[in-house]
Design a binder for this molecule. Structure first.
Ligand SMILES: [Zn+2]
Length: 410
C-alpha cells in the first residue's frame, strides 16, 4: 500500500525529481498548498520509506522546455492562468449543466425527453470534470488559491471528492505515471490488465469487449465505494492517507449532502423511484464512460510506455520529464471541438509537463513541445483522430488480454 500525504501543484515534483534524484515522494512540496504540507510533514517522512522511486538526474530537456515556455508567455503577453476564455467557458459549461438538470428534473414528462436530457446532463458533468474541476485542482485556473479551490469543489458537487482527487491524481498519478503498482489510474484490480506488468487472467482475453461497459461504473465507484472506504479504513483503493479534517471534512460532507440532494432528494420529490434510479444510472454511466475513455486514450494505448524501476535501487531509467512524455500520448490535437470538450486533455503531454498552466494554452504550446522533444530524441506520440486513439486502446486491451506483452508496441 502506498501512503500519501504530501500535495503539490505538479510542476514542483518535476523539478525536484529531475534535479535532485531524491525519491519523488520525499521531494514533492507544495507552493500554494503550504498549510496542507505542513500538516502532513510527519506522514511525508513515513511515505518516503514506502515509495522509493527515483528518476534520473540532469534533466537538460526539462530546463530547455521551461525556458522556451517562459519565453512564449513573455513574448506573447498571454496569461498562464486567469484566462478570460476560461472564465467564459466555465459560464457556458455551468449553464449547460444547470439547463440540462432543470429540464430533466422539472419539465421532462416522457422517455423520449428523459433520454436525451440524461445524456446531456452526463456529458455536461464530464465536461465540468475535464475543464473546471481539473484546472482548479491543479491550481491551473487562477493565481488566487480560493478560486482554484472553488473550481476544484465542483467535483464534490458531482459526488466525487476534491480532497481525494488531489491525493490520487495530483500526487500519485502525475508523479508515477504508468508505473505499475504505484499509479492507481492504471489499476483495475483483477477486472482488467492495462499494464504489461500486471498479472494476466484467462478472462482478460475478453477485456477489449467488456471493459468499455465497466468504465461506465467508475463514477459510482468514486461516489459510493472509495469515499466510504476512506472513512472506514483511512484508505482509498491501494492508497493510504489521512482522513479529511476541518475545512476539508466540511467540504467533503457538504459535497456529499449537495450531491445526494441533487441526485436523489429533489428528483424523488417530483418523480417515482422507478424513474429516478434508472435515470441516475444512465447519467452516471455516460459520465463514467467519457471520463474513463479520455484517460485511457492518453495512457493505455500502444505507444505509451510502462517503465518499471530497478528492483535493487528503485531508480527509473529516464528523468522525470522524459518519463512523462513517453508514458503519455496525445490525440486529435487539431480538433477544436475535442479540445474544447476534453479541457485540453487531448494534449495530455502538455498537461503532464505543465499542469499548472491553464489548458486554454495547451494548443499554442504543443508545437513548441513537439519540436523540443524531437531535438532531444524524446518520442512525442499523438494519434491524429479520436478514432485512431480509440482503436489503439482497443488493440492494446486485446493484446494484453491474450499475450504476455512486456513493452509498448509503437
Ligand atoms: Zn491532471
Amino acid at each position: 500500500m502506498t501512503q500519501l500525504s504530501a500535495e503539490y501543484p505538479a510542476e514542483q515534483p518535476l523539478q525536484a525529481a529531475a534535479v535532485s534524484e531524491h525519491s519523488v515522494a520525499a521531494s514533492v512540496r507544495s507552493v500554494e498548498d503550504a498549510p496542507a504540507i505542513a500538516e502532513s510533514a510527519a506522514d511525508a517522512a513515513r511515505q518516503s520509506q514506502d515509495v522509493q522511486i527515483k528518476f534520473a538526474s540532469g534533466d537538460v530537456f526539462l530546463n530547455v522546455l521551461r525556458q522556451r515556455v517562459d519565453e512564449y508567455f513573455t513574448s506573447s503577453g498571454r496569461p498562464r492562468r486567469d484566462c478570460l476564455q476560461m472564465y467564459i467557458k466555465t459560464a457556458v459549461i455551468m449553464t449547460w449543466f444547470v439547463t440540462s438538470y432543470v429540464l430533466l428534473v422539472f419539465l421532462a414528462t416522457s422517455w423520449w425527453q428523459v433520454l436525451p436530457l440524461a445524456a446531456s446532463l452526463g456529458a455536461s458533468m464530464a465536461c465540468i470534470g475535464f475543464n473546471i474541476q481539473h484546472d482548479g485542482s491543479h491550481a491551473a485556473y487562477s493565481r488566487r488559491r480560493w478560486v482554484n479551490s472553488l473550481m476544484g469543489m465542483t467535483l464534490d458537487l458531482l459526488g466525487g471528492s476534491s480532497y481525494i482527487w488531489k491525493k490520487t491524481h495530483n500526487l500519485v498519478h502525475h508523479s508515477f505515471t504508468n508505473i505499475t503498482g504505484h499509479d492507481g489510474d492504471i489499476d483495475l484490480g483483477v477486472l482488467g490488465r492495462l499494464s504489461p506488468h500486471q498479472r494476466q487472467f484467462r478472462f482478460h482475453r475478453l477485456q477489449h469487449v467488456y471493459l468499455w461497459l465497466l468504465y461506465g461504473f467508475i463514477t459510482l465507484k468514486w461516489q459510493f465505494v472509495d469515499d466510504t472506504l476512506l472513512f472506514i479504513r483511512g484508505s482509498h483503493s491501494q492508497f493510504r492517507f489521512s482522513r479529511p479534517r476541518g475545512w476539508d471534512l466540511a467540504v467533503f460532507l457538504g459535497g456529499k449532502l449537495a450531491f445526494l440532494s441533487l441526485a436523489f432528494a429533489l428528483p424523488l420529490a417530483m418523480h417515482s423511484w422507478t424513474v429516478v434510479i434508472p435515470t441516475f444510472l444512465l447519467t452516471s454511466f455516460l459520465q463514467g464512460v467519457l471520463l474513463s475513455v479520455v484517460f485511457q486514450l492518453a495512457h493505455c494505448v500502444e505507444c505509451a510506455e510502462f517503465p518499471m524501476p530497478s528492483d535493487a535501487s528503485g531508480r527509473m531509467e529516464n528523468a522525470w520529464a522524459v518519463h512523462q512524455v513517453e508514458t503519455t500520448v496525445n490525440f486529435a490535437r487539431h480538433n477544436r471541438l475535442v479540445t474544447w470538450f476534453t479541457g485540453g486533455l487531448n494534449h495530455q503531454i502538455e498537461h503532464h509537463l505543465f499542469p499548472q498552466i491553464c489548458h486554454i494554452n495547451y494548443p499554442a504550446l504543443s508545437g513548441l513541445l513537439e519540436q523540443t522533444c524531437e531535438e532531444f530524441g524524446v518520442r512525442y506520440s499523438a494519434h491524429r483522430t479520436v478514432f485512431d486513439a480509440v482503436s489503439s486502446h482497443y488493440r492494446w486491451l486485446r493484446k494484453l488480454g491474450r499475450e504476455t506483452v512486456t513493452t509498448s508496441n509503437c
